[in-house]
Design a protein around this ligand. Structure first.
Ligand code: SF4
Length: 619
């Protein structure tokens, strides 16, 4: 029994090698130190994984995790987190996806699932009202994510079962394969789908009818709910999201000259009007939302005419529009929708897919690869048919697709000839859709984020674009800004709120009030940030333990040496050395990028000082 509201108090541990399934109590001390979600998953990974293990080997673990707010009426709290050691980065590889799976896992009686080992043959895990079984999945292997979802629901004779599954990309261990839930919710980055594939795990299905008990009475909960709705209804960002989702920022970033174009060679895409929020607007056939969220920021689109008529897919987000649009020079609405659909069906992360294709196109542009290397394909910018052909080749690891399926960093190492400098990645993770030369805080975040170049690890863009007091191009104050947003993101991922909650007007005071009300633990705004900072430092230790150091806090040399050639950010470069110096100081890390021992002690992470000592001795 757990003494706090919001938690079911139990984790399920499933060993696929031994087929042993057991329940464990959720540790109360972890709740106080890490809240839930990402924090608890990172704690389990650092404590249970041996340093240096192969992420695609049986020693890696997958943790499906919820937060204390999951399954409660607090809006935007329905996401599921999945954490593992990433086969793309060798860092913590957690990702979050919206939808219905998280609440359903709580309703089945668990805060999370720890999956270990490797099944001999394809399987899926079925958790029904607290009872778990491992079921054979040979008949599902080879199916895409949409067919898999339909077949499992049919087999279990329950359309309310919620499923996370992989497509062919995960089965083929593409290093940036995603896990997909409910056909359109993507747990996208860092190769979580490949880790599922490496374990012969096709899917996890859950169903339950338990309720989440909370620390205050129903009347007070609904009062809190009304308070949040009032905040959200007044917020202009929510209004924009309802209409356009994250695609709302595509045109603005292009106008400001830092929309990555043709593999980050330029910052303005001439064909943006074919793939921006307005281009998508009239194609909408149905809105949809995550569990209990009133925002409905998602849409199903249908291409009505042209060569891609009949393509039905979720509206591409800002990041997909960049990766499968401007980054590969593609300005054909139908071809972008088709590319998005293929990625969702095969189970591929759209950012890494688009950026690794853009890398290959720049290699082709510069003569580093030829048709003889690509199986006869001419990798010309903006060729929709070739792009969609490459997506299939990546998912099935066919021919040249097998090289790209390794991600930009490893693909560049295979291609050689100096191609490394055109691989737009940090720590192996492909860079998202904001050129750091046009927003310096996001560049610092890419260089230092514990998950590799991840915009959600420290989305400074909200401040750099929409706060009049923050100049996106200056270096001043970006260390503090980036550190604070990175720590907030960890708390948001641990509570678990939707990442957009901070933009919807959820203040730290409000987050603290919600957490205190639900859990019954007094969690002040200061405490919230302390928890976030603890998780940032814990994950940094995970990276140091894997052999990384401050030397790996880098950006591709293009951003340091080449100026943006035209547009509103013309002439901009990134002075990363200066940004890092500022950041390490604010973080209380030494000049080599290690947390100081005093810092770790203050954050109650003293037990991990041994890894700093070991690193110092070994180097
Ligand atoms: S704002 Fe959008 S992504 Fe976030 S919880 Fe609501 S529907 Fe899901």
């Amino acid at each position: 029994m757990i003494n706090f509201g919001g938690y079911m108090g139990k984790l399920l541990r499933v060993n696929l090698t031994t087929r042993n399934v057991k329940e464990e109590n959720l540790n109360e001390e972890w709740i106080k130190q890490y809240l839930g979600g990402r924090g608890i998953a990172s704690k389990i990974l650092i404590d249970e994984l041996e340093p240096g293990i192969d992420p695609l080997g049986p020693k890696n673990k997958l943790i499906f995790i919820t937060g204390p707010l999951t399954g409660t009426v607090i809006p935007t709290t329905s996401k599921i987190g999945i954490s593992t050691k990433s086969p793309l980065t060798n860092h913590i590889g957690c990702g979050f996806g919206g939808g219905y799976f998280g609440p359903q896992l709580k309703f089945s009686g668990y805060d999370g699932i720890i999956i270990e080992g490797k099944a001999e043959k394809p399987v899926y895990i079925w958790i029904n009202e607290g009872k778990a079984e491992i079921k054979e999945a040979a008949h599902l292997w080879g199916k895409d994510t949409q067919e898999t979802e339909d077949l499992i629901k049919k087999e279990l004779k329950d359309k309310n079962v919620e499923i996370v599954c992989i497509g062919q990309a995960g089965e083929n261990k593409v290093r940036f394969a995603a896990a997909i839930h409910g056909k359109h919710f993507i747990i996208g980055r860092r190769g979580i789908g490949a880790v599922m594939g490496s374990k012969n795990l096709k899917a996890v299905a859950v169903r339950g009818t338990k309720s989440v008990s909370v620390a205050i009475n129903t009347e007070k909960i609904w009062k809190l709910y009304d308070e949040i709705l009032k905040i959200m209804n007044k917020n202009p960002v929510v209004a924009g999201f309802k209409l356009h989702g994250t695609a709302a920022s595509v045109a603005l970033v292009n106008e400001l000259g830092f929309m990555p174009t043709k593999n980050f060679q330029e910052g303005v895409f001439d064909g943006m009007d074919k793939v921006d929020e307005q281009a998508y607007f009239n194609l909408s056939i149905k809105p949809f939302s995550c569990w209990g969220c009133p925002v409905y920021c998602r849409r199903i689109l249908e291409m009505k005419d042209g060569s891609y008529a009949g393509t039905i897919t979720a509206r591409p987000e800002h990041q997909t529009t960049f990766a499968l649009g401007s980054c590969v020079g593609l300005s054909d609405t139908g071809a972008v929708l088709k590319a998005n659909l293929l990625c969702d069906e095969y189970g591929l992360d759209t950012i890494s897919t688009g950026v690794v294709i853009a890398f290959s196109m720049e290699c082709y542009q510069r003569g580093l690869i030829k048709e003889s290397d690509t199986g006869g394909l001419s990798l010309k910018w903006g060729d929709g048919e070739v792009i969609n052909q490459l997506i299939k080749m990546i998912a099935f690891r066919e021919g040249f697709g097998d090289i790209l399926a390794e991600g930009s960093k490893r693909a560049a190492a295979k291609i050689g000839k100096g191609s490394e400098k055109y691989a737009m990645q940090v720590k192996g993770l492909e860079i998202p859709g904001y050129d750091p030369r046009g927003a310096k805080g996001i560049g610092l975040n890419y260089a230092t984020a514990t998950r590799g170049a991840d915009h959600n690890d420290g989305w400074t863009i909200a401040e750099e674009l929409y706060n009049d007091k923050v100049d996106r191009l200056t270096l001043e104050g970006k260390g503090k800004l980036t550190k604070e947003i990175q720590d907030k993101a960890k708390t948001i991922d641990s509570a678990i709120f939707c990442m957009f909650a901070l933009d919807f007007g959820y203040t730290p005071e409000f987050i603290s009030k919600s957490l205190t009300a639900i859990t019954g633990i007094r969690i002040t705004p200061e405490k919230i940030f302390e928890i976030g900072e603890r998780i940032s430092n814990l994950e940094r230790i995970f990276a140091l333990r894997e052999g990384f150091s401050g030397k790996d806090d880098i950006l591709p040399e293009r951003f340091i040496k080449e100026e943006l050639p035209f547009g509103s950010s013309k002439g901009e470069k990134v002075d990363l050395k200066r940004l890092l110096g500022d950041y390490y100081k604010v973080r209380d890390w030494d000049k080599n990028g290690y947390p100081t021992k005093e810092k770790l002690k203050r954050l109650k992470l003293g037990e991990y000082i041994k890894y700093i000592d070991k690193w110092m001795n070994d180097n």
